[in-house]
Write a protein that binds this ligand. Sequence first.
Ligand SMILES: O=c1ccn([C@H]2C[C@H](O)[C@@H](CO)O2)c(=O)[nH]1
Ligand SMILES: [Zn+2]
Length: 130
Amino acid sequence: MEIDWPALRTAAREAMARAYAPYSGFPVGAAALADDGRIVAGCNVENASYGLTLCAECGLVSALHASGGGRLVAFACVDGAGAALMPCGRCRQLLFEFGGPGLLVDLGPDAEPTTMSDLLPRAFGPDNLS
Ligand SMILES: O=c1ccn([C@H]2C[C@H](O)[C@@H](CO)O2)c(=O)[nH]1
Ligand SMILES: [Zn+2]
């Protein structure tokens, strides 16, 4: 499948603009290409009880399912400056569930994408339960 990385980055930036991050002042947007061609996105949503913060990737995974499910093929995440941002540890696990080790991960316009297996080597995942 052809991957339009600029379109994914744009979708991530658009989601980032809708972030609710009054406590950290660190808005994040994430977008991914699903295996049926649609783009799903999410932004971080913080809470006065700081530890309840939802990362942008949480919203993305929820959006994937709320809009029909499927698998993730390619993923991009941006910070408030629009630069590529690496998902936190918890979000790597969330993304692995729906993209597996081959999920392509954006490293920005000046680098080749990497894969989830680079971000989360020797991952625990659904296959370990079968
Ligand atoms: O992968 C990440 C890392 C951080 N954040 C958010 C959580 C918090 O609102 C802010 C600062 O950590 O960035 C994300 O949304 N995704
Ligand atoms: Zn996270």
